[in-house]
Design a protein around this ligand. Structure first.
Ligand SMILES: *[C@@H]1O[C@H](CO)[C@@H](O)[C@H](O)[C@H]1NC(C)=O
Length: 365
């Protein structure tokens, strides 16, 4: 009754409360103890160090093992939640209490045996599958927490990012000239591997989990160079290879069903899909809107600048004969198969604040 007689002050105090609650009760995601990341070259922060400068030229000013000119999505997430950039899990003498990155460039969801049985064993660059990354995490656990209870508590306050996985499983077969029918048959197996990996982490106490999907590989300058076609119908309206984008969409919608199933099964967790695909496709549809004046389908670093895509397999980025564009921030693609720091920062923003992860990372469901 009293409040009715004083609507203006009520409005003010409500406003004041809102301000108070937003400054003093930040979303719980700001209180992550740690981040644990699993994946491939989209998130490797130094487990595999193959590429020299100009990799790393923009932010770190030295090559760090990241497959970009600067930071990756995982780096922007760590920054946003106030944690240090994740040390690679293989780094010596590091303290991993605040997180570790188990991602390996060229890693696959499936194990070596899967590829070996299909005559593709020699095509793998590294022996790092999702299950082997989870095993490394399990080996590290005793150094992170001292009892089952302590581990559950620590891990329940940590953010787990599982992926992207699948891209290398598929391109191992695609680059070896296998049919799309064969590649398609891998999808349920990749899904099962991702599901098992996530479930093992939940078993150890993971609660907050982000599972990224695939990029639109049909828009990658590398794919466009390797699989160019004289048939206009093979391309989408924005010039990407339809077949490969359709495939990535298939993987992604399957993955979203798997995640939905996991969320229902483990109701106390928060598992969400994170979308690399939609924002990257948006960059390609409307590059100038995002400042990508160099274009969306041309690599910043590579060779054959006069060609449409700036990819030459004999002169890939950082190899003799390659060169780097003047301003990487105006390109979506860094080297033909990985994105620039600018593209990653925009994607990270969509995961942190929406709409490319639901609920977004900064928002508690
Ligand atoms: C991976 O492991 C298998 C079997 O253990 C081995 O034959 C293969 O050479 C390894 N591949 C790489 C790239 O290390």
């Amino acid at each position: 009754m009293a409040s009715r007689s004083a609507p203006p002050s009520m409005g003010l105090s409500t406003l004041f409360l809102l301000i108070l609650s937003s400054s003093f009760c930040p979303s719980r995601s700001l209180h992550y103890d740690a981040i644990f990341s699993f994946g491939d070259s989209l998130s490797d922060t130094g487990n595999v160090r193959v590429a020299g400068l100009p990799y790393g030229m923009t932010f770190f000013r030295r090559p760090t093992g990241r497959c970009s000119n600067g930071r990756l999505v995982i780096d922007f997430i760590a920054e946003a939640v106030g944690l240090p950039l994740l040390p690679p899990s293989a780094a010596k003498g590091k303290n991993f209490r605040r997180g570790a990155n188990f991602a390996y460039t060229a890693a696959t969801a499936l194990d070596f045996g899967f590829f070996n049985r299909r005559g593709l064993g020699s095509k793998l660059w590294v022996n790092s599958s999702l299950s082997s990354q989870v095993r490394s995490f399990e080996k590290m656990m005793p150094s992170l927490c001292s009892s089952t209870q302590a581990c559950k508590a620590h891990l329940s306050r940590s953010l787990f990012i599982v992926g992207e996985f699948g891209g290398n499983d598929y391109n191992t077969a695609i680059f070896a000239g296998r049919s799309m029918a064969e590649v398609n048959s891998y999808v349920p197996k990749v899904m099962r591997a991702i599901k098992l990996g996530v479930e093992r982490l939940i078993g150890h106490g993971a609660v907050d989990i982000v599972v990224p999907g695939m990029l639109p590989i049909g828009c990658f300058p590398l794919y466009l160079t390797l699989y160019g076609s004289s048939n206009k119908n093979d391309y989408t309206d924005i010039g990407c290879l339809r077949k490969y984008n359709d495939f990535a969409e298939h993987h992604n919608s399957f993955l979203q069903r798997v995640i939905y199933g996991l969320q229902r099964k483990y109701s106390w967790t928060r598992i969400r899909y994170a979308d690399y695909y939609s924002p990257t496709l948006r960059f390609a549809s409307n590059p100038t809107k995002y400042g990508f004046t160099g274009g969306a389908l041309k690599a910043c670093c590579g060779a054959g600048g006069s060609s449409k895509y700036n990819v030459n397999l004999d002169k890939v980025c950082a190899k003799p004969g390659s060169s780097v564009c003047k301003d990487p921030s105006t390109y979506v693609s860094w080297d033909g198969s990985h994105l620039t720091e600018t593209a990653y920062s925009l994607i990270a923003d969509g995961w942190l604040r929406g709409p490319y992860a639901k609920p977004s990372i900064m928002q508690w469901s």
